[in-house]
Design a protein around this ligand. Structure first.
Ligand code: TRP
Length: 349
């Protein structure tokens, strides 16, 4: 079975764009691959952020991921900073990749322009940490959006450069491109994102009134100025895209027929969408409530994920150390988990 690895920035509660553009696909991939999903908090600190908010952002995201169906019994979900091998391998990789390659990364250039006051070394070497994320698990497939292709290409370059110089350890990973919908925000202008404030948070499901209010605000096909003007769901950025992503073929036919002939109004179309979203997310709403009532579950999931990830990560790092020719005392084997310390913080020999 092939291994899939993907990472997501800890942005807190997920929105419909995250779901349709990534997480829904992750849930499906669980049927075909061994999946390793990582919340990349060490990547998140490369940009200016509020330290007081970080813990909340992580735990809210984990609740959403679990409620959406990430299965931590069969697969691995973990927090990047709990597995120190990621930064260790990134350090090794810093020595096989040139400055010039990183200088050409478009995301680095974009982010630098965005925060000129904080162009730090972490931001520069961000793609190297991402390569370490993937290669630590020898993942063959990486489901990502278009904006990450250059980073995946870099991970392949890193693998090739390491293998060439020190001997083969890493496979060449490939981006797993699925044609996922790109959902615009309720403003109908820009990609749905929390920072733009145009999102439909998943937490709105379960609150029917709030959902319908949010959908009412969504910009629709501009051709439909009046109720009797015909439109086209393909030109309806947010509502049309959501219908196509979650409604049944019958409902979709009803939407196309009604919209293009002005047989239905936007209000009818949005009403149907609300019904379908409610049905689609009923399980999520239920599981989310159960998780919120039992916070220990979330901590347990993350602790378990880190232990499982570390076993794999340490195995790869052991191979890397050997290839690098680093000295190790013969009798000492690396521990799979950290040894317990006593109340003075001392670790038994
Ligand atoms: N850079 C990715 C993003 O912003 C997140 C990420 C970090 C990632 N490490 C990864 C994605 C490894 C795939 C594989 O979306």
């Amino acid at each position: 079975m092939k291994t899939v690895f993907s990472g997501i920035q800890p942005s807190g509660e997920l929105h419909l764009g995250n779901y349709l553009g990534a997480v829904r696909n992750w849930v499906t991939l669980q049927e075909q691959y061994r999946c390793i999903f990582c919340i990349v908090d060490y990547h998140a600190i490369t940009q200016t952020y509020d330290a007081k908010e970080m813990a909340k952002r992580v735990s809210e995201m984990v609740v959403d991921l679990l409620a959406l169906g990430i299965d931590t019994d069969r697969h691995i979900l973990f927090l990047q900073s709990m597995v120190p091998e990621h930064t260790e391998l990134a350090w090794v990789f810093n020595n096989v990749i040139g400055m010039g390659v990183l200088e050409r990364m478009t995301q680095f250039k974009d982010k630098s322009e965005h925060q000129p006051e904080n162009i730090n070394v972490g931001l520069f070497t961000y793609p190297v940490l991402q390569a370490a994320d993937i290669l630590l698990y020898k993942a063959e497939a990486v489901p990502v959006g278009q904006d990450q292709l250059q980073h995946i290409e870099l991970a392949r370059d890193v693998a090739r450069a390491f293998n060439h110089r020190f001997g083969k350890v890493f496979p060449e990973c490939e981006a797993l491109m699925t044609n996922l919908p790109k959902l615009l925000g309720i403003d109908g202008k820009a990609k749905m994102s929390k920072s733009l404030g145009n999102q439909i948070p998943l937490t709105v499901f379960g609150n029917d009134k709030a959902l319908r209010k949010l959908l009412a605000r969504c910009v629709t096909d501009e051709k439909r100025v009046q109720r009797e003007d015909p439109g086209n769901p393909d030109d309806c950025p947010t509502i049309g895209t959501m219908h196509k992503a979650i409604s049944s073929p019958e409902d979709l036919a009803w939407v196309y027929q009604g919209c293009t002939t002005a047989g239905i109004g936007c209000v009818d179309c949005k009403g149907k969408l609300a019904d379908n979203l409610n049905a689609h997310f009923a399980g999520y709403v239920e599981r989310r409530a159960a998780l919120l009532a039992d916070p220990g579950k979330v901590e347990e999931a993350l602790a378990k994920g880190a232990v499982k990830a570390r076993v794999l990560a340490q195995r790869t790092l052991g191979e890397v150390h050997k290839k690098l020719g680093l000295w190790r005392p013969k009798a000492v084997k690396p521990a799979a988990t950290e040894p317990a310390a006593n109340e003075h913080g001392e670790v038994a020999p």
